[in-house]
Ligand binder design. Structure first.
Ligand SMILES: Nc1nc2c(c(=O)[nH]1)N[C@H]1C(S)=C(S)[C@@H](COP(=O)(O)OP(=O)(O)OC[C@H]3O[C@@H](n4cnc5c(=O)[nH]c(N)nc54)[C@H](O)[C@@H]3O)O[C@H]1N2
Ligand SMILES: Nc1nc2c(c(=O)[nH]1)N[C@H]1C(S)=C(S)[C@@H](COP(=O)(O)OP(=O)(O)OC[C@H]3O[C@@H](n4cnc5c(=O)[nH]c(N)nc54)[C@H](O)[C@@H]3O)O[C@H]1N2
Ligand code: SF4
Ligand SMILES: [Mo]
Length: 750
């Protein structure tokens, strides 16, 4: 179904509880958070560092409210939310003495977060029911012992909030030791974008700068709920519309903020809202390849291909075009559930536009064919000549604030050969080329007893993975796990090692005693100034210092003076030497100049592949079996319906950390809700607000409240991370991504 949203049914429609995203609720939220912490929060907001929340990258040397073009007032409520949460008081030295593990395991994500900031190192020893305080000497003795076994049996997991410097030391320490087991949250996030874009363009990140976005006259936004997850992007979309451009939204769920959004950055918009989508296409979850082939087919049929561009600047375009031509319209329509006329309408808009940006997030990547989704987007960009020129291109919208920096620093189970070679020169020895474990592979390896020691640099490995019972069991087979974290989360209490589990309290980005850098999704490197912590009765350590001290114990004095790595300026010098495109970081301490990484933004159709041409890939149409009640053993006429479950974030959470229970925009009052199309509910005889059971592949959720909303028929929506108890999606083995956005579930009355 395609919807031309002119005029879109405003508030009072049966579907939406709130008629637009953003607006007053956001301002009230801002006020609530800022009033709660007043002076401290304002200091932190003005601190010269990049926003800790999403990868849009607000903040940096000009101060917390500025974007990379030095334009002011760029700070959104999500940013305030993340700072406010870090300004909590300390959990205290004996906090965990008051609660045994059974009690801690009962805490929800929100309750765990509200315990406060981690303030002292603690250890849970084998068979103990408590976390107890531990001194630093013993911490490092245990860590060094754990990381002294066979290199293939040690591993790390990381989450993209830490700095480039910490990321760099982590990978240098492990690779120098001979391990490539650098799992990272991006394995659950944008790994299909990295793998797909690297294969096509030779570079795995966005080729679009903020300036480019501002020159575009069409943005195709696929699988992104930007109003909640990248709020400043909304200002850019509003501007596209204001200058007469088009925004085509592709999403199986009608997200209210993608229809109409009131940005606090403009009084007019705040008062009346701004229309976002000029066209809203609702494919079935997981069927974007079919839609994208349909768009391309329509452009071929209407003779709108950029043939000269294809001939000069791409490879294998003939096979791609042949495949598109050979794919019948009926199969396209059947697979994505959108009529040909609607696809042709959208194709005409893209065909007419001069400069189109294709932007996407988790709705594209988290599928069993995530890499194909990315290939298909790249194909459409290339077929229309929208790559390698200003104002156009492919733009994955990255998640965590420095997740892209982690990739650049070489934190990956699939490192770039150029980095490996540069590290070999630095370390003066050959490095292992044995494939490392990505996140899902790490869980499997741990489950098979192949891992002895794991270091987690941030994140919540247990909460982020599907099938949490399996994850807990797998982690339980690892001898030693060390969590470096800012705040407690349920992963600390469920992800327990067989022998020692240690939690190390670390400074946040705006508290580090040294400068650090981070990289935004637009390839812009930020310099973060030193800061201070508000925690007085606490014993925190910086991530850089912890890693350096461990590295020194593991490697001694050779071939580097590892202790020198506590000097982050020295680390930046090493980064400049060994990380392609990062040369300018060598100057940043002297000049303070933030910069765009070289070789990432393509304004000419000369790409970073060996031939300079973009390589195109044929993308098979996905075969999407509709879930059936019979698959769940339902044979009687009991009230039940099988649907495709999409798992998402609510407005008030950051990944596994839940800040507020409800999601006003989707009208979901608490976490244990399922958003269903009213006709699907009616087909199974369910009423709104009825409590049902939702059964997934590895478990069930009870007392789930049905909320009527606007997912595509046949699809339903529930919140991550709680849902990870019951799902175990298949994985795209090319990049390790689980299909979080397409889970067969049964919704039933008992
Ligand atoms: N406030 C806040 N900001 C965040 C985060 C957060 O948790 N909270 N997390 C950060 C991180 S790590 C990430 S990765 C990003 C996530 O940002 P998003 O990717 O925007 O987050 P999701 O909630 O996963 O929502 C994905 C969207 O994809 C749609 N979708 C689902 N299936 C499909 C499909 O098959 N096709 C298409 N076209 N669309 C589909 C869903 O309906 C939903 O609107 O946000 C980052 N920013
Ligand atoms: N079902 C389902 N599962 C998913 C997803 C989904 O859409 N659906 N999305 C996936 C995605 S996109 C992602 S990125 C992952 C997220 O997975 P992770 O990145 O592993 O999880 P987070 O919830 O972001 O981690 C939060 C914790 O990080 C720690 N932390 C915060 N800031 C810092 C810091 O500066 N330093 C350190 N050392 N620690 C810090 C805090 O202790 C906090 O509790 O989840 C994935 N899992
Ligand atoms: S859009 Fe992202 S980077 Fe910018 S202020 Fe909001 S959360 Fe921070
Ligand atoms: Mo993510």
């Amino acid at each position: 179904m395609a919807r031309v949203l002119k005029p879109y049914p405003a508030s009072g429609s049966a579907v939406f509880k709130i008629s637009r995203g953003g607006g007053l609720p956001v301002l009230l939220y801002w006020a609530e958070k800022t009033l709660a912490h007043r002076t401290l929060l304002w200091q932190k907001l003005n601190h010269k560092s990049a926003c800790k929340s999403c990868a849009w990258g607000t903040g940096g040397q000009k101060g917390g409210f500025f974007n990379e073009k030095r334009e002011p007032l760029q700070r959104c409520a999500k940013s305030v939310e993340s700072i406010a949460a870090d300004l909590q008081g300390p959990v205290g030295r004996d906090c965990f003495a008051r609660m045994d593990l059974a009690r801690l395991q009962e805490l929800s994500s929100m309750e765990a977060d509200k315990l406060g900031r981690l303030s002292h190192p603690v250890i849970r020893r084998a068979n103990s029911n408590y976390y107890e305080p531990i001194g630093w000497e013993e911490v490092f003795a245990i860590a060094a012992r754990a990381f002294s076994g066979p290199p293939e049996r040690v591993a790390s997991y990381s989450s993209g909030r830490s700095s480039n410097e910490a990321a760099y030391i982590l990978q240098l320490m492990l690779r120098a030791y001979g391990s490539n087991n650098l799992a990272d949250c991006s394995d659950l996030c944008h790994s299909p974008s990295t793998v797909g874009l690297k294969a096509v363009f030779g570079s795995g990140t966005s080729m679009v700068s903020l300036d480019d976005l501002r020159q575009s006259d069409c943005v195709v936004l696929l699988g992104s709920n930007a109003p909640a997850n990248h709020p400043r992007l909304m200002n850019e979309l509003i501007q596209v519309r204001e200058r007469g451009g088009a925004v085509i939204v592709v999403n199986p769920v009608l997200e209210v903020g993608l229809i109409n959004f009131a940005t606090p950055a403009s009084l007019k918009s705040l008062a009346f809202g701004s229309e976002i989508a000029s066209l809203y296409l609702q494919p079935d979850p997981g069927s974007d390849v079919a839609l994208l082939i349909g768009l391309a087919k329509s452009l071929i049929e209407s003779n709108r291909l950029e043939r000269a561009f294809l001939e000069a600047h791409t490879e294998d375009w003939q096979a791609v075009i042949a495949h598109i031509q050979a794919t019948p319209w009926e199969r396209i329509e059947h697979t994505c559930g959108i009529e040909r006329a609607a696809i042709e309408g959208a194709a005409a808009v893209i065909g007419r536009a001069e400069r189109t940006v294709f932007a996407w997030a988790m709705g594209i990547t988290q599928h069993a064919n995530g890499v194909d989704n990315v290939y298909a987007i790249a194909n459409l960009a290339l077929l229309t000549g929208n790559a390698g020129k200003p104002g156009a291109g492919t733009m994955p919208i990255r998640g965590h604030s420095n997740v892209q920096g982690f990739g650049s620093m070489g934190v990956s189970a699939r490192p770039k050969e150029a980095i490996q070679k540069a590290l070999e020169t630095l370390l003066r020895k050959p490095l292992s080329r044995a494939p490392g474990y990505d996140t899902r592979a790490l869980i499997q390896a741990a489950e098979s007893g192949k891992i002895d020691a794991l270091l987690c640099l941030g994140g919540n490995l247990w909460g982020a993975n599907p099938d949490r019972a399996q994850t807990a069991h797998a982690l339980g087979r690892i001898k030693t796990i060390i969590y470096l974290s800012t705040k407690p989360n349920p992963g600390h209490f469920h992800g327990l090692a067989a022998k020692d589990t240690i939690i190390i309290p670390v400074f946040t980005r705006d508290e580090n005693p040294h400068k650090t850098t981070t990289e935004s999704g637009n390839n812009f490197v930020r310099l973060n100034s030193e800061g201070q912590t508000h925690l007085h009765d606490a014993d925190l350590i910086s991530e850089v210092e912890f890693l350096t001290r461990l590295a020194h114990r593991m490697h001694g004095e050779t071939p580097l003076d590892w202790r020198r790595l506590t000097d982050t300026a020295y680390v930046r010098g090493l980064i400049a030497q060994t990380i392609p495109g990062y040369e300018k970081i060598g100057e940043i301490d002297r000049t303070g100049e933030e910069f765009t990484i070289a070789g990432r933004i393509f304004h000419e159709p000369r790409f970073a592949t060996p031939t300079g041409k973009a390589k195109m890939f044929v993308t098979p149409l996905p075969v999407l079996d509709k879930p059936r009640a019979e698959d769940f053993g339902v044979t009687t006429s009991k009230r039940a319906i099988a649907l495709v479950l999409v798992t998402v974030r609510s407005y008030s959470q950051h990944n596994t950390v839940v800040y507020k229970a409800g999601d006003t925009y989707r009208g979901m009052p608490h976490r244990n809700c399922i958003l269903m199309h009213p006709e699907d509910a009616a087909a199974a005889g369910f009423a709104e607000h009825e409590r049902v059971t939702v059964t997934g592949k590895v478990g069930q959720k009870e007392q789930v409240e049905i909320i009527f909303g606007a997912p595509k028929r046949g699809a339903a929506l529930m919140f991550y991370p709680e849902i990870n108890d019951i799902i175990r999606p298949p994985v795209d083995l090319r990049c390790g991504i689980p299909a979080f956005k397409r889970n067969p579930v049964l919704i039933h009355a008992d």
